[in-house]
Design a protein around this ligand. Structure first.
Ligand code: EPU
Length: 416
Protein backbone atom coordinates (compact mmCIF):
# COMPACT_ATOMS: atom_id res chain seq x y z
CA UNK A 1 0.00 0.00 0.00
CA UNK A 2 1.37 3.44 -0.85
CA UNK A 3 2.20 5.95 1.90
CA UNK A 4 2.83 9.64 2.36
CA UNK A 5 6.07 10.18 4.24
CA UNK A 6 6.61 13.48 6.03
CA UNK A 7 9.70 14.65 7.90
CA UNK A 8 8.36 17.27 10.29
CA UNK A 9 9.80 20.57 11.40
CA UNK A 10 9.89 22.74 8.29
CA UNK A 11 8.01 26.04 8.21
CA UNK A 12 5.95 26.27 5.01
CA UNK A 13 6.17 29.42 2.95
CA UNK A 14 5.17 30.58 -0.50
CA UNK A 15 2.08 30.70 -2.66
CA UNK A 16 -0.36 28.03 -3.74
CA UNK A 17 -3.31 28.43 -6.08
CA UNK A 18 -6.69 26.99 -5.05
CA UNK A 19 -8.21 24.60 -7.60
CA UNK A 20 -11.89 23.90 -8.36
CA UNK A 21 -14.17 22.79 -5.54
CA UNK A 22 -14.74 19.04 -5.21
CA UNK A 23 -18.16 19.50 -3.64
CA UNK A 24 -19.30 21.77 -6.45
CA UNK A 25 -17.89 19.92 -9.46
CA UNK A 26 -19.29 16.51 -8.42
CA UNK A 27 -22.85 17.88 -8.52
CA UNK A 28 -22.16 19.92 -11.65
CA UNK A 29 -21.06 16.78 -13.50
CA UNK A 30 -24.39 15.21 -12.48
CA UNK A 31 -26.34 18.35 -13.47
CA UNK A 32 -25.30 17.81 -17.09
CA UNK A 33 -27.64 14.78 -17.13
CA UNK A 34 -30.53 17.25 -17.22
CA UNK A 35 -29.85 18.33 -20.82
CA UNK A 36 -28.84 16.26 -23.86
CA UNK A 37 -25.85 17.56 -25.80
CA UNK A 38 -22.26 18.62 -25.13
CA UNK A 39 -21.44 20.36 -21.84
CA UNK A 40 -18.14 21.93 -20.86
CA UNK A 41 -16.78 22.33 -17.32
CA UNK A 42 -13.57 24.23 -16.52
CA UNK A 43 -11.47 24.61 -13.37
CA UNK A 44 -12.10 20.91 -12.73
CA UNK A 45 -9.66 19.52 -10.15
CA UNK A 46 -7.74 16.38 -10.99
CA UNK A 47 -8.97 14.28 -8.08
CA UNK A 48 -10.17 10.72 -7.68
CA UNK A 49 -13.79 11.66 -6.89
CA UNK A 50 -14.10 13.44 -10.25
CA UNK A 51 -12.92 10.25 -11.97
CA UNK A 52 -15.45 8.23 -9.97
CA UNK A 53 -18.31 10.60 -10.86
CA UNK A 54 -17.41 10.50 -14.54
CA UNK A 55 -17.72 6.69 -14.31
CA UNK A 56 -21.25 7.12 -12.95
CA UNK A 57 -22.12 9.28 -15.94
CA UNK A 58 -20.46 6.89 -18.39
CA UNK A 59 -22.61 4.11 -16.93
CA UNK A 60 -25.71 6.12 -17.92
CA UNK A 61 -24.39 6.37 -21.50
CA UNK A 62 -22.63 9.76 -21.40
CA UNK A 63 -19.32 10.24 -23.20
CA UNK A 64 -16.76 12.03 -21.06
CA UNK A 65 -13.56 13.56 -22.39
CA UNK A 66 -11.07 15.00 -19.92
CA UNK A 67 -8.50 17.73 -20.64
CA UNK A 68 -6.23 19.64 -18.25
CA UNK A 69 -8.66 20.92 -15.60
CA UNK A 70 -11.60 20.62 -17.97
CA UNK A 71 -14.25 18.10 -18.94
CA UNK A 72 -16.52 17.76 -21.95
CA UNK A 73 -19.59 15.65 -21.28
CA UNK A 74 -21.89 14.52 -24.06
CA UNK A 75 -25.25 13.51 -22.63
CA UNK A 76 -27.48 11.18 -24.70
CA UNK A 77 -31.17 11.76 -25.44
CA UNK A 78 -32.09 8.78 -23.29
CA UNK A 79 -29.67 8.15 -20.40
CA UNK A 80 -29.75 4.76 -18.70
CA UNK A 81 -31.38 5.67 -15.38
CA UNK A 82 -29.23 3.66 -12.98
CA UNK A 83 -26.27 3.84 -10.61
CA UNK A 84 -25.22 0.36 -9.46
CA UNK A 85 -23.80 -0.51 -6.05
CA UNK A 86 -20.14 -0.71 -7.12
CA UNK A 87 -20.27 2.95 -8.20
CA UNK A 88 -22.30 4.17 -5.21
CA UNK A 89 -20.01 2.29 -2.80
CA UNK A 90 -16.92 3.81 -4.37
CA UNK A 91 -18.42 7.26 -3.83
CA UNK A 92 -21.52 7.92 -1.77
CA UNK A 93 -22.14 11.28 -3.50
CA UNK A 94 -23.28 9.26 -6.57
CA UNK A 95 -26.78 9.15 -5.06
CA UNK A 96 -27.21 12.73 -6.21
CA UNK A 97 -28.22 11.28 -9.60
CA UNK A 98 -31.55 10.22 -8.08
CA UNK A 99 -33.38 13.55 -8.59
CA UNK A 100 -32.04 14.38 -12.08
CA UNK A 101 -32.59 10.84 -13.42
CA UNK A 102 -36.19 10.85 -12.16
CA UNK A 103 -36.74 14.28 -13.70
CA UNK A 104 -35.13 13.35 -17.01
CA UNK A 105 -36.14 9.69 -17.46
CA UNK A 106 -39.21 9.27 -15.22
CA UNK A 107 -37.46 6.44 -13.37
CA UNK A 108 -34.24 5.79 -11.47
CA UNK A 109 -32.55 2.70 -10.04
CA UNK A 110 -29.91 3.82 -7.60
CA UNK A 111 -28.18 1.55 -5.09
CA UNK A 112 -28.90 2.62 -1.52
CA UNK A 113 -25.64 3.84 0.01
CA UNK A 114 -24.81 2.38 3.37
CA UNK A 115 -23.06 4.44 6.03
CA UNK A 116 -19.44 5.43 5.56
CA UNK A 117 -16.42 6.57 7.52
CA UNK A 118 -18.33 9.58 8.84
CA UNK A 119 -21.34 7.67 10.22
CA UNK A 120 -24.80 6.46 9.16
CA UNK A 121 -25.51 9.28 6.63
CA UNK A 122 -29.14 8.44 5.75
CA UNK A 123 -30.90 9.94 2.68
CA UNK A 124 -34.53 9.98 3.83
CA UNK A 125 -34.84 13.77 3.35
CA UNK A 126 -33.87 13.40 -0.33
CA UNK A 127 -36.52 10.69 -0.74
CA UNK A 128 -39.29 12.45 1.22
CA UNK A 129 -38.82 15.59 -0.84
CA UNK A 130 -38.97 13.66 -4.11
CA UNK A 131 -42.06 11.79 -2.85
CA UNK A 132 -43.74 15.13 -2.19
CA UNK A 133 -43.01 15.93 -5.84
CA UNK A 134 -44.83 12.75 -6.93
CA UNK A 135 -42.11 10.07 -6.94
CA UNK A 136 -42.66 6.60 -5.42
CA UNK A 137 -39.82 4.44 -4.15
CA UNK A 138 -39.41 0.74 -3.53
CA UNK A 139 -36.31 -0.89 -2.11
CA UNK A 140 -35.61 -3.94 -4.27
CA UNK A 141 -32.52 -6.05 -3.54
CA UNK A 142 -30.63 -3.06 -2.10
CA UNK A 143 -31.62 -0.76 -4.93
CA UNK A 144 -33.92 2.22 -4.60
CA UNK A 145 -36.27 2.02 -7.53
CA UNK A 146 -37.98 5.36 -8.09
CA UNK A 147 -40.79 6.03 -10.54
CA UNK A 148 -43.06 8.92 -11.40
CA UNK A 149 -46.35 9.12 -13.20
CA UNK A 150 -45.84 11.72 -15.94
CA UNK A 151 -43.72 14.63 -14.73
CA UNK A 152 -42.49 15.61 -11.25
CA UNK A 153 -44.78 18.22 -9.70
CA UNK A 154 -43.43 21.32 -8.03
CA UNK A 155 -44.44 21.84 -4.40
CA UNK A 156 -43.15 23.37 -1.15
CA UNK A 157 -40.66 21.16 0.66
CA UNK A 158 -39.40 22.05 4.11
CA UNK A 159 -36.18 20.32 5.05
CA UNK A 160 -35.79 19.38 8.73
CA UNK A 161 -32.12 20.44 8.50
CA UNK A 162 -30.24 22.36 5.76
CA UNK A 163 -28.76 19.23 4.19
CA UNK A 164 -26.40 19.93 1.30
CA UNK A 165 -27.20 16.72 -0.59
CA UNK A 166 -30.98 16.92 -0.09
CA UNK A 167 -31.04 20.57 -1.24
CA UNK A 168 -29.06 19.63 -4.35
CA UNK A 169 -31.12 16.55 -5.20
CA UNK A 170 -34.37 18.53 -4.93
CA UNK A 171 -32.91 21.43 -6.89
CA UNK A 172 -31.80 19.10 -9.68
CA UNK A 173 -35.28 17.52 -9.72
CA UNK A 174 -37.18 20.81 -9.43
CA UNK A 175 -35.66 22.52 -12.47
CA UNK A 176 -37.52 20.16 -14.82
CA UNK A 177 -40.65 19.73 -12.67
CA UNK A 178 -44.08 21.07 -13.56
CA UNK A 179 -44.77 24.33 -11.73
CA UNK A 180 -42.97 25.88 -8.80
CA UNK A 181 -40.79 24.04 -6.29
CA UNK A 182 -39.87 25.87 -3.09
CA UNK A 183 -37.13 24.45 -0.86
CA UNK A 184 -37.45 25.87 2.63
CA UNK A 185 -34.54 25.60 5.08
CA UNK A 186 -32.26 24.95 2.11
CA UNK A 187 -28.49 24.66 2.58
CA UNK A 188 -26.69 27.94 1.76
CA UNK A 189 -23.26 26.57 0.84
CA UNK A 190 -21.34 28.50 -1.88
CA UNK A 191 -21.10 25.24 -3.85
CA UNK A 192 -24.91 25.20 -4.12
CA UNK A 193 -24.88 28.79 -5.35
CA UNK A 194 -22.35 27.73 -7.96
CA UNK A 195 -24.55 24.79 -9.01
CA UNK A 196 -27.46 27.24 -9.35
CA UNK A 197 -25.21 29.39 -11.56
CA UNK A 198 -24.59 26.44 -13.86
CA UNK A 199 -28.29 25.47 -13.93
CA UNK A 200 -29.24 29.06 -14.75
CA UNK A 201 -26.80 29.04 -17.70
CA UNK A 202 -28.57 25.85 -18.81
CA UNK A 203 -31.88 27.75 -18.88
CA UNK A 204 -33.26 26.95 -15.40
CA UNK A 205 -35.28 29.58 -13.52
CA UNK A 206 -34.16 29.77 -9.91
CA UNK A 207 -34.35 32.48 -7.26
CA UNK A 208 -32.86 32.59 -3.80
CA UNK A 209 -29.34 31.24 -4.47
CA UNK A 210 -27.32 31.49 -1.27
CA UNK A 211 -30.43 31.92 0.91
CA UNK A 212 -32.43 29.37 2.86
CA UNK A 213 -35.48 29.62 0.58
CA UNK A 214 -34.92 28.53 -3.00
CA UNK A 215 -37.72 29.09 -5.55
CA UNK A 216 -37.57 27.09 -8.75
CA UNK A 217 -39.94 27.60 -11.68
CA UNK A 218 -39.76 24.34 -13.59
CA UNK A 219 -39.07 24.46 -17.34
CA UNK A 220 -39.82 21.83 -20.03
CA UNK A 221 -36.21 21.38 -21.10
CA UNK A 222 -32.68 22.65 -20.54
CA UNK A 223 -29.66 23.15 -22.81
CA UNK A 224 -25.95 22.34 -22.34
CA UNK A 225 -23.72 25.11 -21.01
CA UNK A 226 -20.14 26.11 -20.26
CA UNK A 227 -19.40 26.47 -16.58
CA UNK A 228 -16.35 27.36 -14.51
CA UNK A 229 -16.22 25.63 -11.12
CA UNK A 230 -15.73 27.87 -8.04
CA UNK A 231 -12.50 27.55 -6.03
CA UNK A 232 -12.30 24.93 -3.30
CA UNK A 233 -12.61 26.67 0.07
CA UNK A 234 -11.68 23.46 1.88
CA UNK A 235 -8.48 23.05 -0.09
CA UNK A 236 -7.64 26.74 0.53
CA UNK A 237 -8.46 26.32 4.23
CA UNK A 238 -6.28 23.21 4.48
CA UNK A 239 -3.25 25.13 3.15
CA UNK A 240 -4.06 27.96 5.56
CA UNK A 241 -3.86 25.49 8.46
CA UNK A 242 -0.63 24.07 7.00
CA UNK A 243 0.86 27.57 7.39
CA UNK A 244 -0.57 27.89 10.90
CA UNK A 245 0.63 24.53 12.20
CA UNK A 246 4.19 24.95 10.92
CA UNK A 247 4.53 28.60 12.03
CA UNK A 248 4.97 29.35 8.33
CA UNK A 249 3.62 32.00 5.97
CA UNK A 250 1.46 30.88 3.04
CA UNK A 251 -0.60 32.84 0.51
CA UNK A 252 -3.47 31.08 -1.24
CA UNK A 253 -4.48 32.70 -4.53
CA UNK A 254 -7.49 32.04 -6.74
CA UNK A 255 -9.80 31.60 -3.74
CA UNK A 256 -12.77 33.39 -2.16
CA UNK A 257 -11.72 34.28 1.43
CA UNK A 258 -15.34 35.26 2.16
CA UNK A 259 -16.25 31.59 1.90
CA UNK A 260 -13.92 30.86 4.83
CA UNK A 261 -14.93 33.68 7.19
CA UNK A 262 -15.53 31.57 10.27
CA UNK A 263 -12.50 29.33 9.74
CA UNK A 264 -10.16 32.32 9.17
CA UNK A 265 -11.52 34.08 12.23
CA UNK A 266 -10.77 30.99 14.35
CA UNK A 267 -7.26 30.86 12.88
CA UNK A 268 -6.83 34.53 13.89
CA UNK A 269 -8.10 33.66 17.41
CA UNK A 270 -5.45 30.93 17.57
CA UNK A 271 -2.74 33.59 17.09
CA UNK A 272 -2.27 33.54 13.30
CA UNK A 273 -1.86 36.71 11.29
CA UNK A 274 -4.60 36.55 8.69
CA UNK A 275 -4.73 38.90 5.76
CA UNK A 276 -7.05 38.74 2.79
CA UNK A 277 -7.89 40.56 -0.41
CA UNK A 278 -9.82 40.07 -3.59
CA UNK A 279 -9.17 36.44 -4.55
CA UNK A 280 -6.38 35.70 -2.06
CA UNK A 281 -5.67 35.06 1.59
CA UNK A 282 -2.46 34.94 3.58
CA UNK A 283 -1.89 33.15 6.87
CA UNK A 284 1.24 33.24 8.98
CA UNK A 285 1.37 31.02 12.02
CA UNK A 286 2.43 31.83 15.57
CA UNK A 287 5.33 30.07 17.37
CA UNK A 288 2.70 28.21 19.35
CA UNK A 289 -1.08 28.44 18.73
CA UNK A 290 -3.52 29.55 21.44
CA UNK A 291 -6.46 27.37 22.43
CA UNK A 292 -9.74 28.07 20.60
CA UNK A 293 -13.26 26.67 20.99
CA UNK A 294 -15.65 26.16 18.08
CA UNK A 295 -18.70 24.20 16.94
CA UNK A 296 -19.23 22.88 13.41
CA UNK A 297 -22.42 24.10 11.72
CA UNK A 298 -23.90 24.37 8.23
CA UNK A 299 -22.61 27.32 6.17
CA UNK A 300 -21.83 30.05 7.13
CA UNK A 301 -20.82 28.26 10.34
CA UNK A 302 -17.48 26.52 10.88
CA UNK A 303 -17.26 23.76 8.24
CA UNK A 304 -17.16 20.20 9.53
CA UNK A 305 -14.70 19.40 6.73
CA UNK A 306 -12.18 21.79 8.33
CA UNK A 307 -12.62 20.30 11.81
CA UNK A 308 -9.89 17.60 11.69
CA UNK A 309 -7.27 20.04 10.31
CA UNK A 310 -8.11 22.55 13.07
CA UNK A 311 -8.00 19.83 15.74
CA UNK A 312 -4.51 18.88 14.51
CA UNK A 313 -3.48 22.53 14.99
CA UNK A 314 -5.10 22.85 18.42
CA UNK A 315 -3.47 19.63 19.61
CA UNK A 316 -0.30 21.80 19.79
CA UNK A 317 -1.96 24.82 21.45
CA UNK A 318 -0.99 26.39 24.74
CA UNK A 319 -4.20 25.59 26.63
CA UNK A 320 -7.35 23.50 26.30
CA UNK A 321 -9.80 23.79 23.40
CA UNK A 322 -13.35 22.41 23.33
CA UNK A 323 -14.81 21.42 19.97
CA UNK A 324 -18.40 20.42 19.23
CA UNK A 325 -19.12 18.40 16.08
CA UNK A 326 -22.74 18.89 15.02
CA UNK A 327 -22.79 17.30 11.56
CA UNK A 328 -21.45 13.75 11.82
CA UNK A 329 -21.68 11.12 14.54
CA UNK A 330 -18.40 9.42 13.62
CA UNK A 331 -16.16 12.31 12.59
CA UNK A 332 -13.71 11.82 15.47
CA UNK A 333 -12.46 8.39 14.34
CA UNK A 334 -9.08 9.87 13.40
CA UNK A 335 -8.44 11.16 16.91
CA UNK A 336 -6.93 7.82 17.94
CA UNK A 337 -4.31 8.29 15.20
CA UNK A 338 -3.47 11.80 16.44
CA UNK A 339 -3.18 10.35 19.96
CA UNK A 340 -0.53 7.94 18.64
CA UNK A 341 1.44 11.06 17.71
CA UNK A 342 1.15 12.32 21.29
CA UNK A 343 -2.01 14.47 21.13
CA UNK A 344 -4.05 14.60 24.34
CA UNK A 345 -7.70 14.56 23.28
CA UNK A 346 -10.78 13.15 25.03
CA UNK A 347 -14.06 12.60 23.24
CA UNK A 348 -17.41 12.73 24.99
CA UNK A 349 -20.36 12.29 22.61
CA UNK A 350 -20.01 15.12 20.03
CA UNK A 351 -17.48 17.07 22.10
CA UNK A 352 -13.69 16.90 21.93
CA UNK A 353 -11.54 18.32 24.71
CA UNK A 354 -8.08 19.01 23.35
CA UNK A 355 -5.38 19.62 25.94
CA UNK A 356 -2.56 21.12 23.91
CA UNK A 357 0.83 19.43 24.09
CA UNK A 358 4.17 21.16 23.37
CA UNK A 359 5.11 18.75 20.57
CA UNK A 360 3.83 15.82 18.50
CA UNK A 361 6.04 12.92 17.61
CA UNK A 362 5.96 11.36 14.13
CA UNK A 363 4.85 7.73 13.72
CA UNK A 364 2.90 5.51 11.28
CA UNK A 365 -0.79 6.53 11.08
CA UNK A 366 -3.75 5.56 8.94
CA UNK A 367 -5.85 8.10 6.95
CA UNK A 368 -9.47 7.19 7.72
CA UNK A 369 -11.20 9.73 5.39
CA UNK A 370 -10.39 12.68 3.12
CA UNK A 371 -10.20 15.48 5.69
CA UNK A 372 -8.78 13.39 8.52
CA UNK A 373 -6.11 12.14 6.10
CA UNK A 374 -5.17 15.74 5.27
CA UNK A 375 -5.15 16.60 8.99
CA UNK A 376 -2.74 13.76 9.77
CA UNK A 377 -0.38 14.99 7.06
CA UNK A 378 -0.56 18.49 8.59
CA UNK A 379 0.16 17.04 12.03
CA UNK A 380 3.16 15.27 10.47
CA UNK A 381 4.47 18.57 9.07
CA UNK A 382 4.66 19.93 12.61
CA UNK A 383 5.73 16.72 14.39
CA UNK A 384 9.24 15.76 15.44
CA UNK A 385 10.67 13.09 13.13
CA UNK A 386 8.97 10.99 10.48
CA UNK A 387 5.24 10.43 10.02
CA UNK A 388 3.99 7.82 7.55
CA UNK A 389 0.36 8.23 6.51
CA UNK A 390 -1.02 4.98 5.06
CA UNK A 391 -4.00 4.74 2.71
CA UNK A 392 -3.51 8.15 1.05
CA UNK A 393 -6.16 7.22 -1.54
CA UNK A 394 -8.62 8.97 0.76
CA UNK A 395 -6.61 12.17 0.36
CA UNK A 396 -6.48 11.69 -3.45
CA UNK A 397 -10.28 11.74 -3.46
CA UNK A 398 -10.35 15.41 -2.52
CA UNK A 399 -6.92 17.02 -3.01
CA UNK A 400 -5.05 17.32 -6.30
CA UNK A 401 -1.35 16.56 -5.87
CA UNK A 402 -1.41 17.27 -2.12
CA UNK A 403 2.15 16.02 -1.69
CA UNK A 404 3.59 18.00 -4.63
CA UNK A 405 1.84 21.20 -3.59
CA UNK A 406 3.01 20.92 0.03
CA UNK A 407 6.54 20.18 -1.21
CA UNK A 408 6.38 23.34 -3.37
CA UNK A 409 5.78 25.26 -0.11
CA UNK A 410 8.92 23.75 1.40
CA UNK A 411 7.58 20.62 3.13
CA UNK A 412 9.87 17.59 3.34
CA UNK A 413 7.28 15.16 1.99
CA UNK A 414 7.08 12.39 -0.59
CA UNK A 415 5.01 9.43 -1.56
CA UNK A 416 6.32 5.89 -1.57
N1 EPU B 1 -28.77 13.79 6.87
C1 EPU B 1 -29.81 13.00 7.30
N2 EPU B 1 -30.74 12.63 6.36
C2 EPU B 1 -30.66 13.01 5.06
C3 EPU B 1 -29.59 13.81 4.65
C4 EPU B 1 -28.64 14.19 5.58
O1 EPU B 1 -29.93 12.64 8.47
O2 EPU B 1 -31.55 12.63 4.28
C5 EPU B 1 -27.75 14.20 7.87
C6 EPU B 1 -26.39 13.56 7.57
O3 EPU B 1 -26.32 12.24 8.08
C7 EPU B 1 -25.44 14.52 8.25
C8 EPU B 1 -26.15 15.88 8.07
O4 EPU B 1 -27.51 15.58 7.76
O5 EPU B 1 -25.39 14.23 9.61
C9 EPU B 1 -25.59 16.75 6.99
O6 EPU B 1 -25.49 16.03 5.78
P1 EPU B 1 -25.53 16.73 4.34
O7 EPU B 1 -26.66 16.12 3.59
O8 EPU B 1 -25.52 18.21 4.52
O9 EPU B 1 -24.14 16.27 3.74
P2 EPU B 1 -23.83 15.58 2.34
O10 EPU B 1 -24.56 16.27 1.26
O11 EPU B 1 -23.99 14.12 2.47
C10 EPU B 1 -21.83 17.19 1.77
C11 EPU B 1 -20.37 17.06 1.44
C12 EPU B 1 -19.58 16.64 2.66
C13 EPU B 1 -19.82 17.69 3.76
C14 EPU B 1 -21.32 17.85 4.03
C15 EPU B 1 -21.63 18.95 5.04
C16 EPU B 1 -20.33 16.41 -0.87
C17 EPU B 1 -20.01 15.37 -1.88
N3 EPU B 1 -20.18 16.06 0.39
O12 EPU B 1 -22.27 15.90 2.20
O13 EPU B 1 -18.21 16.68 2.26
O14 EPU B 1 -19.18 17.25 4.94
O15 EPU B 1 -21.99 18.18 2.81
O16 EPU B 1 -21.16 20.17 4.60
O17 EPU B 1 -20.70 17.54 -1.21
C18 EPU B 1 -15.93 16.03 2.19
O18 EPU B 1 -15.79 16.78 1.23
O19 EPU B 1 -14.94 15.51 2.78
C19 EPU B 1 -17.30 15.74 2.69
C20 EPU B 1 -17.57 14.72 3.50
Amino acid sequence: MSKIIVEGGRKLSGTVNALGAKNAVLKEIVATLLAPGRHHLTNVPSILDVELMTRVLEHTGCKVEAGHHELWIVVPDKPLPEAPIELVRAMRASIIVLGPLLARCGEARVALPGGDDLGARPIEWHMHGLEQMGASFELIHGELVGTIDGRLKGTEIELPFPSVGATENLLLAGVLAEGETVIVNAAREPEIEDLIGQLTSMGAQIEGAGTSIINISGVESLRPADHKVIPDRLEAGTYAVAAAITGGDVTVTGCHPDHLRMELSKLADSGCDVDRGDGWLRVSGPDRPSAVDFATLPYPGFHTDMQPQMVALLSLAAGTSVITENLYDARYRYVGELARMGADISIEAQHAVIRGVPALSGCPVLAPDIRAGAALVLAGLAAEGRTEVSDPTHIDRGYEDFVGRLASLGADIHRS
